[in-house]
Design a protein around this ligand. Sequence first.
Ligand code: SUG
Length: 460
Amino acid sequence: MSEQTSRLAGAAAPGVEANFDGLVGPTHHYGGHSFGNVASTGNAKQLANPREAALQGLAKMKALADLGYRQGVFAPQERPAVWMLRELGYSGSDSEIIAAVGNTQPGYLSAMCSASSMWTANAATVSPSGDTADGRVHFTVANLQNKFHRALEHRQTARTLRAMFPDSSRFAVHEALPMLAALGDEGAANHTRFCRDYAGAGVEFFVYGRQHWGGRHEPSRFPARHTLEASQAVARRHGLTAAGTVFAQQNPAVIDAGVFHNDVISVGNQQVLFTHQDAFWDSASVYAELRAKCGPDFQIIEVPRSAVSVAEAVKSYLFNSQLLAKGDGRQRLVVPEECRNTPAVWAYLQDLLSRNTAIDEVLVFDLKQSMQNGGGPACLRLRVALNEAEIAAVNPALWMNDALYARLTGWVQQHYRDRLGEADLLDPQLVVEVRSALDELTQILQLGSIYPFQRAGSDL
Ligand code: SUG
């Protein structure tokens, strides 16, 4: 057995992959803030339905919990971010500040109201304890510095993660990397982990859009949000080994075609990488390194551009799917409805199921509200591989079950609007509604006083 092969040997007690899905916040709307994300800019200023968005997300969480997966809930952030507007020099009452910004710069207010924290694949990069030097699960909060509305998220994300994973002897939550273009970090959307057993050692696959120092290949139309230097810093912080890491560059041409995160063009789980032919720069070298480090049973299912073009992948979000282990060695693919509505993609999936590959089932979900902002099934979840002791150390109020589903759907029905456009963000009542909803949510999810409006006078 080679060194690499033995690296992936199973741990004594089997682990699980838990998924923590972002609960869509009450200010979900279409702000058009993400240049390079064609769904976001293409749907700017459409009317959104926050209630439907939250219920669609909850329905996915409940369905996966019912299938036996460990499914958790990741709370939304406080928006409008009046606390940030105060930091930026606005003063007066909350409603005066909202009016001052909204009446002069409605796009600015919209950014301050974005519910973008729902895409928890961008919350952090997670290294399970089987991979790290100190045997703890490490999280580095993503700085999301490339987009103004997303750069607001990191401080709350750190607070929320600490309320979700409170035991610092098992979990280490690192603050975001410095907010510099050289260290652009988009979190787990550009990170996949291969393993045989979730509790054992794995190989962490970091995918970056550009190399800040000395890089040669960059997109020309849209920004590459994530740098190699950020991924290397995260790997160092988490205490990962060279044998347990692979760094790969995205193909700049696909970023220019709307692939703003790697999880829009590939997904991996256990010993399977499901990817488009055009996902990586120099894919032959990337595949060779992955095969060498993951061992002989590593499988790559590469979708040829002749079957699915990059444009069809971006439109359908075929690769923004969740690849979920079924326990019998096979995996199921959780895709958005847009895959069924894109003929080449649906035909490809039928063909895939008829072949004898690791993927033998496809589950389809309606996530249209999130999809219209460029967020598919995989964007909505943060994966955390956990062993049995770590599962017991997670805040128990977060696990999805019949009772929590009933409670949260009732909470959404009570507090969320069914239409929200840019003009509605000026409504002073919105901030009151949001805060009363979030106050109740912190009790349901037993998070403590994590939100700025609950923490007057303390560090925000
Ligand atoms: O960062 N959209 C998000 C979508 C994130 C998807 N996440 C993953 N691929 N993992 C983004 O571009 C749009 C918000 C707006 O325009 O209102 C937005 O932020």
